[in-house]
Every structure is written in structure tokens, then in C-alpha cells.
Design a protein around this ligand. Structure first.
Ligand SMILES: [Fe+2]
Length: 301
């Protein structure tokens, strides 16, 4: 029997310009976190592919993609990247490509097809010449997932035409992650409907929530990777260190995955407060949380 395909997944790398502050505050130095991941991985000889599932840049800007792509090029193995809501389509497309760093939409490996979905594609709209472009302003940056009919039809077409036995979907927004802040009924319904017609899809791997997790949706395993910007354990109400996931894809269609968090004094597992918990529970908006943080900062505590 042929050996398993081994994949390392990073997500929500949120690269910044040199010395810039992260959007929303309370973020780690993501370049430093990236170095820590690379060090933690050590010898990459057993790894076949590295995938990065979106929110590559913190704010979709060219310099942020230059830093991200230069970092991804340091892996010894091929890297493939799909966009998230913090990635702007044109800047992402222009900024990521390097030798060894790609934005392929389908990669075949052994008996598997890895399919890279843009889970914000449904937000894009045709311009006057019919080319689909991002919505104006910051709409994409702060949106939940939306596949839209074009992306859904494309995924169905790929699954119909691939000669691979098994399909695994990589994307930014995991459907129905069980988190009020990131939950979206319409997006869940899109995936529930789509997966009914795609029996070859064995599972999905995403990010977005910054809450590492593994759960079942529509009979498939869904894996959520930690981010480099910050991570949270909602049960213990603690900040978690940055990290990544590793996967083994068996020739028989099995998928096993592990979360790796890089415990280090730079990222202590300290408790987070009521306001942040209320944000995750959908009881407070990002803007309201930002106001609370600003008031506390002004008071000097
Ligand atoms: Fe995101």
C-alpha cells in the first residue's frame, strides 16, 4: 500500500508591513510566529505539501503579500495558498507567486485531489466588462463566507471531472464552526446543499475562527487550524499560542490531523476577559469591543 500524503496547514497568517499594528489590536507579531512555526517543524523531509488557508495578509496590501510570499518561500517543500476575507483578490493574485509558492486551485497527490476554494467568491460582482471583482471598500475584509453559484458550480465540475478517488477541500471559512461570531445560516446552507451532491469529498480544512477545532458537518470531518495572529480556547477562556496543523491522507481515503501549538513564554496561555468572550458568543460587535478597549486604554488600565 502506498504511503500517506503528509500536509502541513498554516492559516490566518495575517502578515503586516514592517513595524505595523495588527487590525483589531491584540495580535501577536505574525512574522515572529511564522519563524517559530518554521523552527518547530524542523526537518521537513516527511512533508509533501504546505497549504495556507487564507487571511494571508492582515489588510490585503501589496507589502503584506511581499512579506508573506518571501516567508512561504523559505519552506523546503511546495506551498499552495488560497485567499480569505482579509485578502483582496487582485492584490492576492499579484502578490503571492514565487518559485515554490503557488495559488493552484487543484493539486493531485496519490489518490487525492486537493481542491482550493475561495470561500469569499460569492461576494464578488461583475464590473461593467463582466469581470468579477471584490466589492468596494472594506466589505470583503469583514465578511463571513459566501460561496455563490459560480464557485459552487466550479467545485462540482472539478469533483465530476477529477480522476482522483478522494477529494479534500481547503478553504478559509469552515461551514458551521459552532461559534456565534462566525456562524452564518446562508453559508451553512450553501455547503449542506453542495455536499449532498459531492460524495467524493472526504473532509474540509479551514481557519478563520482562530479557535482550533475538529468537528463533523454533513457527514464529513472539518478541521480548523490555529492562526499566527492569536488563538483562543473558549472552554478554558485562555489565549493560546500560535501554531499549525499536520495531516496524513491515507490512500484509502482516511484523514487524520493534529494541532501543534508552540508553547513559549512569548505567548503565555493567560485568561481572556468577559468582553472578548462576549465577542465570540456574538453578544458584542468588533466595533463595540474596540470602543471598550479604547476606553480602558484611555483610563490607563
Ligand atoms: Fe478570516
Amino acid at each position: 500500500m502506498s504511503r500517506a500524503i503528509r500536509v502541513v496547514q498554516l492559516s490566518d497568517t495575517h502578515f503586516l508591513e514592517e513595524g505595523a499594528e495588527p487590525e483589531g489590536g491584540h495580535g501577536y507579531d505574525t512574522a515572529e510566529a511564522f519563524d517559530a512555526v518554521l523552527g518547530h517543524l524542523g526537518d521537513q523531509s516527511g512533508v509533501d505539501l504546505v497549504v495556507v488557508t487564507g487571511d494571508v495578509a492582515d489588510h490585503g496590501r501589496a507589502e503584506q503579500y511581499r512579506r508573506a510570499a518571501d516567508s512561504f518561500a523559505r519552506f523546503d517543500v511546495p506551498v499552495n495558498v488560497c485567499p480569505g476575507n482579509h485578502d483582496l483578490d487582485a492584490a492576492f493574485g499579484a502578490g503571492i507567486g514565487r518559485p515554490g509558492v503557488s495559488t493552484s486551485r487543484v493539486i493531485h497527490a496519490g489518490s487525492w485531489a486537493f481542491v482550493f476554494v475561495d470561500s469569499s467568491a460569492g461576494l464578488m460582482e461583475p464590473d461593467e466588462s463582466g469581470v468579477h471583482i471584490d466589492p468596494p471598500g472594506e466589505e470583503r475584509l469583514h465578511s463571513n463566507g459566501r460561496l455563490g453559484p459560480r464557485e459552487a458550480a466550479w467545485l462540482t465540475g472539478v469533483c465530476d471531472q477529477t480522476t482522483a478517488e478522494h477529494v479534500f477541500v481547503w478553504l478559509h471559512h469552515p461551514p458551521a464552526p459552532g461559534l456565534p461570531l462566525s456562524h452564518d445560516d446562508d453559508y451553512e446552507a450553501e455547503w449542506a446543499r453542495l455536499l449532498r451532491g459531492l460524495p467524493g469529498v472526504r473532509g474540509l480544512g479551514g481557519g478563520h475562527t482562530h479557535v482550533p477545532n475538529e468537528y463533523e458537518f454533513a457527514g464529513r470531518q472539518v478541521f480548523v487550524a490555529p492562526s499566527l495572529k492569536n488563538n483562543f480556547d473558549l472552554e478554558t477562556r485562555e489565549w493560546l499560542p500560535p501554531g499549525y496543523r499536520s495531516y496524513d491522507f491515507g490512500a484509502d481515503g482516511s484523514v487524520t490531523s493534529q494541532v501543534h501549538l508552540i508553547d513559549d513564554e512569548r505567548w503565555p496561555r493567560h485568561p481572556f476577559g468577559r468582553a472578548l468572550h462576549a465577542l465570540f458568543m456574538g453578544e458584542l460587535s468588533h466595533a463595540e469591543l474596540a470602543e471598550i478597549v479604547a476606553r480602558r486604554t484611555a483610563r490607563g488600565n
